[in-house]
Write a protein that binds this ligand. Structure first.
Ligand SMILES: [Zn+2]
Length: 276
């Protein structure tokens, strides 16, 4: 039997029943693992809901991994509630978006920097969002060496190479199937087999042929098929390599410092992440 696909980036905003149904559809479609990703109070809550759904799903849902963190939209907040990293597999999503919010650039970089340090202390990989912020993203990742995933990559091939040089994995979303996304296809071809990942970023960005509706983890199959064609590799091989890559990151190979598992268990909070 095939290893199954790993959707490395999905958000859950529905009720427990809706979340469980989406996970069951994913499993039926051949998705055996999903990373539930936080970033706001709502999204962090969704991670817990997805985890509970998988636990109650009795083998009919994918295995759910958990990432919690604060995304760029939470920057500058004076009070960020504590986060629980006890069962977390990654910190995220975190990062910079100057396309939508260039005016909060300084606060965004501060929040990202603090969470890169936190991830290092906890020995967890990071999930990074970066849009129109190539220079600052590279600057921070050079200043605070980190491991992890650049999610929903939409940058240029040269930015992609810089991130690969820093050891990052590149995750490709359904955008790669959009007609106008030549640059994403070009970048996806720059990524070597052992650094490539696939994701939905659901409920956003449904791939062709589902484009226009809500996205869900089951649809990562369309993106994976498209990528296999684009890269001229057998579909099964792409499934196997992308899943193996994701598991390698999450195994913590080369991440962080000794003793950090204890730091996670100590229930460390993120109170110190608030910026005033
Ligand atoms: Zn996301």
């Amino acid at each position: 039997m095939s290893a199954g696909l790993f959707d490395t980036h999905a958000h859950f905003e529905g009720t427990p029943d809706e979340t469980r149904a989406a996970l069951e559809r994913a499993f039926a479609a051949g998705v055996t693992r999903v990373m539930a990703v936080g970033g706001s109070e709502t999204l962090n809550r969704g991670v817990r809901i997805a985890r509970d759904a998988a636990r109650d799903g009795a083998g009919r849902t994918p295995e759910v991994f958990a990432a919690v963190g604060w995304d760029r939209d939470q920057c500058g907040r004076c009070e960020l509630p504590p986060l629980d990293f006890t069962d977390a597999n990654a910190v995220g999503e975190i990062g910079l978006d100057y396309h939508y919010s260039p005016e909060t650039r300084k606060a965004q970089t501060e929040l990202m920097a603090r969470q890169l340090e936190l991830a290092r202390d906890l020995a967890l990989p990071v999930l990074i969002h970066t849009r129109d912020a190539d220079g600052d993203t590279l600057g921070l990742l050079r200043e605070i060496p980190s491991k992890g995933i650049i999610h929903c990559f939409t940058g240029s091939p040269s930015f992609c190479r810089d991130l690969l040089d820093l050891g990052f994995y590149i995750s490709i979303s359904g955008i790669v199937t959009f007609r106008a996304a030549d640059n994403v296809r070009e970048s996806a071809l720059v990524v070597p087999d052992d650094r490539l990942l696939v994701e939905t970023d659901s409920p956003f960005l449904a791939p062709v042929p589902m484009r226009g509706g809500a996205n869900e983890p089951a649809y990562v199959v369309h993106t994976a098929r498209f990528l296999a064609d684009l890269r001229k590799v057998p579909y099964e091989r792409l499934v196997e390599s992308t899943t193996a890559n994701a598991l390698r990151i999450l195994s913590g190979a080369g991440v962080g410092r000794p003793g950090s598992a204890d730091a996670r268990k100590s229930g460390r909070t993120t109170t110190e992440l608030a910026s005033c």
